[in-house]
Design a protein around this ligand. Structure first.
Ligand code: UDP
Length: 235
């Protein structure tokens, strides 16, 4: 499989066409950004780690009945995926309060939430990915009511699977962001990535942060945290 025209370059990945219109190649980069692109940097080895971790997690989710865009790894930093049209939505689940919800609602970081919180954000950098609800999604034609139902059901299932999966590895899944896409034949599948860039992972025993918050907050040992998370996922 050969990379043809570059379709898109995001903050952490590039997407290429292939000679098959139903397949794209994703190349994972070491580039890291935070605070809507205000903080820029690079995390050594991140592309390879996130490519591998996404392969392992998406394969595990497929086995548990979650359809994903993942087809196969092509190299250390590249994977072949089903071509999808991405819904311009960031779908977020929070199990424990951290990050923006603490600032917005005055919750203490680490507060165990009584029930998982489901959020939509509108993927639009110009407006800082604002939080929206179902009514905005439908009114703005970002997805239909039926799409939302499928996405929400899949997201809660994914949360149940991931929470248990990471707990076995000594990790508290605090929150995460996922994205969905639609294939040419209309199937909604999990797309994008699941990695320390897109999840908050806290060690169960020590509460040590093993995710991108180490970069966001200049906590040091950023690379080490990504390496440790891949080690736990592989174990
Ligand atoms: N997240 C992400 N991409 C974004 C915004 C958030 O992957 O553009 C992830 C983030 O890593 C965390 C979860 O979504 O696991 C919730 O993030 P939050 O709303 O707290 O925003 P942040 O504090 O990251 O700005």
């Amino acid at each position: 499989m050969e990379k043809l025209e570059q379709l898109y370059e995001g903050k952490a990945k590039k997407v290429y066409k292939t000679d098959d219109p139903n397949e794209f190649i994703i190349e994972y980069k070491d580039d890291a950004t935070a605070f809507n692109g205000e903080k820029k940097g690079s995390i050594g080895g991140k592309g390879v780690i996130n490519n591998k971790m996404t392969e392992l997690i998406f394969t595990m989710l497929e086995k548990q009945g979650i359809p994903t865009h993942f087809i196969k790894l092509l190299s250390e930093s590249e994977q072949l995926v089903k071509a999808v049209t991405i819904f311009p939505l960031e779908v977020i689940i929070r199990n424990t309060a951290a990050g923006s919800i603490c600032k917005r609602l005055g919750l203490e970081e680490g507060l165990k939430l009584e029930a998982p919180i489901f959020e939509f954000c509108y993927k639009n950098d110009d407006f800082g990915d604002p939080m929206i609800n179902d009514y905005h999604v439908i009114a703005m034609k970002l997805a239909t009511k039926e799409d939302i139902e499928v996405i929400r059901d899949m997201t809660f299932k994914i949360n149940d699977i991931l929470k248990a999966y990471f707990l076995e590895k000594g990790i508290n899944l605090v929150d995460f962001k996922i994205e969905f896409g639609k294939t040419a034949d209309g199937q909604i599948v999990l797309a994008d990535e699941i990695s320390p860039d897109t999840c908050r992972f806290w060690d169960v025993k020590t509460n040590e942060k093993l995710d991108k918050d180490r970069f966001r907050r200049n906590l040091g040992n950023v690379e080490e945290a990504y390496v440790e998370m891949l080690k736990r996922v592989k174990a």
